[in-house]
Design a protein around this ligand. Sequence first.
Ligand code: ME8
Length: 535
Amino acid sequence: MTKAFYITTPIYYVNGDPHIGHAYTTIACDVLARFKRLDGYRVKFLTGTDEHGQKVAKAAAEEGITPIALCDRNSGRFRALAKGLNASNDDFVRTTEERHVTSCQAFWQRLEANGHIYLDKYAGWYAVRDEAFYDESETRLQQSSQFIGQGGLISGGPVRVADSTGAPVEWVEEESYFFPLSKWQQPLLDFYDANPDFIAPKSRFNEIYSFVKGGLKDLSISRTTFSWGVPVPGNPKHVMYVWIDALINYITSLGFPDESGEFKDFWPKNDPVTLHIIGKEIIRFHCVYWPAFLMAAGLPLPRRIFAHGWWTNSGEKMSKSLGNVVDPHDLVAKYGLDQVRYFLMREVPFGNDGDFSELAVVGRINGDLANAFGNLAQRFLSFVAKNLEGILPAPGAFTDADQDLLRASHGLLAQCREAMERQAFHDAIESVWVVVRAANLYVDTQAPWSLRKTDPARMNTVLYVLAETVRHLAILMQPFVPSSAAKMLDQLAVPETERTFAHLGEAHALKGGTLLPPPVGVFPRYGDPKIGKGT
Ligand code: ME8
């Protein structure tokens, strides 16, 4: 039976515009989805938008439009981003959709039926920006400052902010439904102990483990002071807390509360297949609340939650007020989509924070893509076109050097699989680049161009080995740079039906005598006058 794989991005808040951070998560998920599809899995890849809650209601009020008008417009921008990134998502969920409201209410009723919801009163701090409740001990007083005209600064007295995020908090007192999170402390710790890979990287696992060990308080899960949310079944004065609503999106898309369709394949009881990729700032919601909600509802848990790091811009946090938010559309327009995808996956080990700079982007484009990978393919393809009428020669007997290179190519799938199981994109790419570099060295040492007159048979073998190596590299790079890898495979005349990982290895090797189409450069240098872009 085909193994299933379910991968999700967080659903993005629609109060702002998409930025590079959103693009980063979506691309990472897309790379994993594509990798698993090529590896024979039945994949479902979900993304979408988080549209309820006070933050979105406030943003709409500030613009003087209805919340749904804001959601419709901005959700469209996130959908356009996914498309613009060539994301292969199978669904795009919006939390204002009917199917989601049904799913949330059914989930709530399960919790209630199982005795895990009670009515009480909440009195405490709330940060609208984070849509999070904070204990007084998690907040601090901070001197506020306000800009007045011409760069002047005045002090506006102390404000209370959340320690971890700096978001202003306000005092909230209202009737609220609660989830008895405190009761789930031990079951959660037991679960983490039994599943040490549930949260990655390890540092995040440790962070969550000690947070839970420190004790959990019951969680307020409904609000009454505004109405932009999913009505609580049986008491529509309350809307659900936006985070319970948001987390449920992951099962809405599987058809919940109907457990007979996709749900049973992608949210199975045994051997879970779900991977949630999120940013590091939302681990508490995903690694504590979500598993506790699921346990309480009597539903299975995801397999793993990976929290990646944050991008800064030239050392500074990206923020609207600083005006340094990197717009993914601009970046793609300037450097090319596959170039941006490659950069984001290669530059920073997934899980670490990263610093964005255009200098680094150009370095990767010119160094890794144009000079190393692109050039490797380009050199022998144009030689074949010019000197052999575009016909791929058949090889003779392989020398040790040939076999070394072919063996290295054949060994790549296992290395990439191992790295991708850890969501170590940079390691997967680096293992491919070890072979890219070895192949470039092979070209230098074998010097096929100089063999044309002296030893054409040997030249043919060398060209063939290069073609077969590039075939492997391009097949494996498809998840990262889908259009460029496809172009490379087109130039090797590899049929579209023979580009999965099952086609790696000798059984599907290129055949000598194949006519190759005229070569075209796949990875241009940035700053090359021919493409009219200056660095
Ligand atoms: O948190 N660097 O939505 P959101 C890297 N709606 N990634 C970044 C980033 C940065 N500078 N900034 C944002 C929410 N991200 C909730 C999620 S899920 C049930 C609900 C990415 O619009 C990162 O993936 O604030 C982060 O988790 C996500 O955007 C937050 O998006």
